[in-house]
Each structure stands twice: as C-alpha cells, then as structure tokens.
Unconditional design. Structure first.
Length: 123
C-alpha cells in the first residue's frame, strides 16, 4: 500500500529532530550549551527553560510530520522567520541560519508539494 507524502513532511521532521537533539544537548550539557551561545553561567535558569521548550518543540514538529499536517507546516514558516530575525539581531548567526533556512526550505517544499498535486508524491 502506498501512502501520500510530500517533501515538506521531511523538512519539518528534520527540524523537529534537530530541535529535539538541541534541547537534549542543552539539558545534558548546559554549560557547554551556554558557552556555544556566548552566555554566562548566570543565564543557566533561562537556558534550561529554553532547552525544555526546544525539546517540546521537537516532539510537536515530529508529531506534525508523522501526521503530514500541512496547515501546521505553513503556520511555522512566519514564526520561524521571525525567530531567525531575532536570533540574527542577537548575533547568533548559526541559530538564525538554522531557523531561517529551515523555514525557507519548508516554504519551498510546501510549494513543491502543492505543484505536484496537493498531496505530494507517493512512496
């Protein structure tokens, strides 16, 4: 049996898995995570909350990808672009590229899927 699927599902799944991994890393190695962002140890409580949010976001994105929830995929694009702008202004170019690049890839993938007949290709 074939299941309809599209490219956008994979961009959201990849973003979700990397978010999950980043959240886990920040919880398991908090000082290393702080150092990578140029933050002092005093930022640990806020960073821990952010790590939990990243972990939860990874789960939500993976679930949406498993459900092929295109409305969710589309809704993430402006939020992720806004996040990219905020991170860029903070000087976190790598994080901004991750957010903005992922949002752009998801938007392109959604357009591709729509052009291929609304539900993508079969696999």
């Amino acid at each position: 049996m074939t299941t309809p699927t599209g490219v956008s599902r994979y961009t959201v799944a990849a973003f979700g898995l990397t978010s999950l991994a980043a959240g886990l890393h920040a919880l398991l190695r908090p000082l290393e995570s702080l150092a990578s962002l140029g933050l002092p140890a005093a930022a640990l409580p806020a960073a821990s909350g952010n790590a939990l949010a990243a972990l939860a976001m990874g789960v939500y994105y993976a679930l949406a990808a498993a459900q092929d929830n295109r409305a969710f995929f589309l809704a993430t694009v402006p939020v992720r672009l806004t996040s990219a702008a905020v991170f860029w202004r903070r000087g976190w170019a790598g994080v901004a590229a991750w957010e903005g690049g992922g949002a752009a890839l998801t938007m392109l993938a959604l357009a591709w899927d729509a052009r291929r007949g609304g539900r993508g290709t079969t696999s």
